[in-house]
Design a protein around this ligand. Structure first.
Ligand code: PLP
Length: 376
């Protein structure tokens, strides 16, 4: 029996550790120079002017909503197939998430379903680059523009991916990232928001720091005790310790994306001869980050059997995700079964196979061997 193979995991090398230790020996543990350096590196990577680093992807989503003044009476369209945090950020603001269904071959938000969800209350659309595949941003941008809506990309899965040659981060008004350990790069916990608009970026910087106009370092450099709280903000700051790790990780991301693509190709090649398992479709013109490798089985019974078969072989298959509105909390808000049939059906048949940049060939071989064993 193989050692347990998780569905995803981080890689931390000696140079990452050294970068963190250098910060621990320095004068700044938080709000220091590494935060800015990480933000600049991330903005460059995304070919965008502004990045604001924060304490988590959830904090990034919350700040994105607050920057746009989303509030009570507003609706924000989010895909049903995503992690709960995408919708929760809308609820934090007192607004209502409206769930759009997904396309059955990609599980990316269905532009037609988005159009059906738009009302006079709609303020914004959140697109989720599910499993690492960028959405069709030209189409989504045109829908947003036609209806005067903001487009937010929840790119927690897709940092390092691209759409028509343009990097993820540059494809929407606002893009949100997470640096949780299973995500494309990690800072332990962490997140970021990338903007084209400087004023929105300034607002985000303020909101991350209690809504105060200057941070500690700016005040220190001005020899002034005075600060003014101009909006109700949060403490969503990220530390220099975390950002040093982020800077070091980001340098390796292009190589990691290549490796994830190699692994995905091996799975897909094997699945050509396995009628029971079908990988998601990757549309032409996109570069997929393969945060997850999701395959669909024929029906829910076969998924259940496959899931337990793989787990008993010590393979950490998983399911991403239960449609958000089927969670008890959302049911309590009045949402219910039947809202997004494609997402609901996919949830009963899907499985995430192990994929991570540090995955060794013998682990991939072992997973493939077990899949083939299941199929015969
Ligand atoms: C991970 C994730 C988040 C939340 O990020 P955290 O850093 O864990 O707060 C939000 N949306 C999606 C799609 C995610 O995968």
């Amino acid at each position: 029996m193989s050692k347990y193979i998780p569905y995803g995991r981080h890689s931390v090398d000696e140079d990452d550790i050294e970068a963190v230790v250098r910060v621990l020996r320095s004068d700044w543990l938080t709000t220091g120079p590494k935060v800015e350096e990480f933000e600049e590196a991330l903005a460059d990577f995304c070919k965008m002017p502004h990045a604001v680093a924060v304490s988590s992807g959830t904090a990034a989503l919350h700040i994105a909503m607050a920057c746009l003044n989303i509030g009570p009476g507003d609706e924000v369209i989010v895909p049903a197939m995503t992690f709960v945090a995408t919708a929760n950020a809308v609820v934090f603001m007192g607004a209502r998430p409206v769930f759009a269904d997904v396309q059955e071959d990609t599980l990316l938000v269905d532009p037609e379903s988005i159009e059906h969800c738009i009302t006079h209350r709609t303020k914004a659309i959140v697109a989720v680059d599910y499993a690492g595949q960028p959405c069709d941003y030209d189409l989504l941008s045109s829908i947003a523009k036609k209806h005067g809506l903001f487009l937010i990309a929840d790119a927690c899965h897709s940092l390092g991916g691209a759409y028509k040659g343009r990097p993820v981060g540059s494809l929407a008004d606002i893009t949100v990232f997470s640096f949780h350990p299973v995500k494309p790069i990690t800072t332990g916990e962490g997140g970021a928001i990338v903007f084209r608009d400087e004023r929105l970026a300034q607002r985000a910087r303020r909101l991350r720091n209690h809504g105060i106009d200057l941070d500690f370092r700016q005040r220190a450099s001005r020899a002034s005790w005075e600060y003014d709280m101009v909006a109700l903000g949060f403490n969503y700051r990220i530390t220099d310790i975390q950002c040093a790790l982020g800077i070091s990780q980001l340098k390796k991301l292009p190589g990691w994306i290549k490796r994830r693509n190699e692994i995905a190709m091996k799975y897909k090649k094997a699945m050509q001869d396995l009628p029971d398992l079908s990988p998601l479709l990757i549309r032409p013109g996109v570069e997929c980050g393969y945060h997850l490798f999701v395959a669909l089985l024929k029906d829910s019974l076969m998924r259940k059997t496959f899931f337990h078969f793989m787990r008993s072989a010590n393979i950490g298959v998983n399911v991403h995700y239960k449609p958000v509105y089927l969670h008890s909390y959302y049911k309590g808000l009045g949402y219910g079964q039947g809202l997004c049939p494609v997402a609901e059906d996919a949830y009963t048949r899907m499985v995430s196979l192990p994929i991570y940049h540090g995955m060794k060939n013998d682990s991939i071989g072992y997973v493939l061997e077990q899949i083939i064993k299941f199929d015969c």
